[in-house]
Design a protein around this ligand. Sequence first.
Ligand code: VG1
Ligand code: CO
Length: 581
Amino acid sequence: MSPNVFPAPETVKTTAYTDQKPGTSGLRKPTKVFLESENYTENFIQAIIAAIPGGDDRKGKSLVVGGDGRFYGRQAVDIIIKIAVANGVTNLVIGQSTILSTPALSNLIRKRDPSCLGGIILTASHNPGGPDGDFGIKFNCPNGGPAPDAVTNQIFSISKALTEYRICKELPAIDLDKIGVTEFEVASIGNVRVEIIDSVEDYVNMMKEIFDFGLLKEFLDSFPVVINAMSGVTGPYVQRIFREDLCSCNPQSTFLNTEPLPDFGGHHPDPNLTYAADLVKILKENPELYQFGAAYDGDGDRNMLLGAGGFFVTPSDSLAVLAANLTTIPYFVKTGVKGLARSMPTSAAVDRVGKKLGLNVYEVPTGWKYFGNLMDAGKLSLCGEESFGTGSDHIREKDGIWASLAFLSVLANKKIGVKELMESHWKEFGRNYFLRLDYENVDGEKANKMITDLENKLKTTKPEILTEEIFNAAKGSGAAVVPEKYKIAFTDNFEYTDPVDASVAKGQGLRLVFDNGCGRLVWRLSGTGSSGATVRVYLEKFDGENVVGEALDSLKDFVEISLKLTNLHEVLNVTGPTVIT
Ligand code: VG1
Ligand code: CO
């Protein structure tokens, strides 16, 4: 064998795990599980690659790899290279220092190579990282989107039956920090090419095509912003797009936590009012100075948007406002607006815009993977989730930085501030007051039982009795109740049939929907946690007249209704939610 030819793959015996089931968005577990369970990563990577078409179909086609820079990412990339090559993948494209935001990776899958096999994202997204935090692995398909249920089910069933994996233990050392190409030959596989690419460049170029950077820059010259990358993957993107370009002429604009850290500085990289409280504080303390604030999660697909003084824009509302103003963005002028969509728990604010504009608004289950088919079929341009996810068909993932550039484009176009924009939107469309209450890390069995009991109750209780119970709970809250408004339209466990491939997703969340579009309550269990359970309660109430109140006031009675129907505090042994948004 010539010195440049590396040995053929080895087959290693392994024992299958039964718990490698991808959740709402990939496999997420405590980092310790990956570190301490023998072959845990190897098995799952082998299962992913086995789910990709094999043989010559893998040769010469690229697999994109990157992540949010969290602890254990580098070791995982090393394992991916060795297992992918051993399974006949001969072209790997990897973000420098393993960094690629989830949206940037989605873009690379779509743009780098028309026959791309997909990508592997190393992230547990908004979950904390580090040896005591979480790690995660997610597979994205050749369309750039998260693997749909059919693919994740296949990966899961392969993982449960795995008896061996293939690996090339000896490959040349690849400097993951250095941009460049390494080529070598592996016996029985052939020529292999590993490319380390700039993590940011392709993404920045895409943003420049989508938005009017000239307009944004001019606007931001006199519109100071604060942006918090939360020590996650967006740091280098914020640096290049905001600090060095759009805000370069505004020394007042401020950028926080722009260095990606393996443990996110010990924080929870989740951009909400609780975990990004530092951003809220800065805006509150400097109401005359900062006009806009944004924060992103660990892997850069979520965004939280704030206005001067800490004015909070709910993700459901930002989706609706964008929908109403899409033509301020050059990309949509070019592509046209094909349709809108939201996840089921997201408020119906966007539905009102869709109705006015004559656009279809699709309602899909929680999780970005459900938007992909609609986009691929040309039915969908803009979509969002109440969980700080907003995006469009420019890629197949939600996109935090894109969302803030889109929102800023609307402001720049109208030359107004965040609060003014929201209030004028509500005056035109009415307001869907919205709250989400999260009860994190509660006992799994109890949470499951609570949901099952509630489902049975909603199914079996006579409507008049349920109405009475709801009315009494609402009255007890002290909120002004208009009982006739609270007539129940229906209750169910949300089920979705994909309009494109007719696949069905069942059990996606309990709904209690009131008549006349005046509001609803939704309960579901999170599918992204790594231990215990998280119960999410979503409350929504429409008000066409009083549009400038506080969500907590407006929804006081719904909070009480939810507590009474579930007995949540008693059953879960908690005194209140851990996060309110
Ligand atoms: C949560 C959100 C969901 C989002 C998912 C992944 O899922 O509710 O809307 O798509 O996280 O987001 P769950 O099952 O915990 O409610 V990300 O940024 O963590 O990939
Ligand atoms: Co994320």
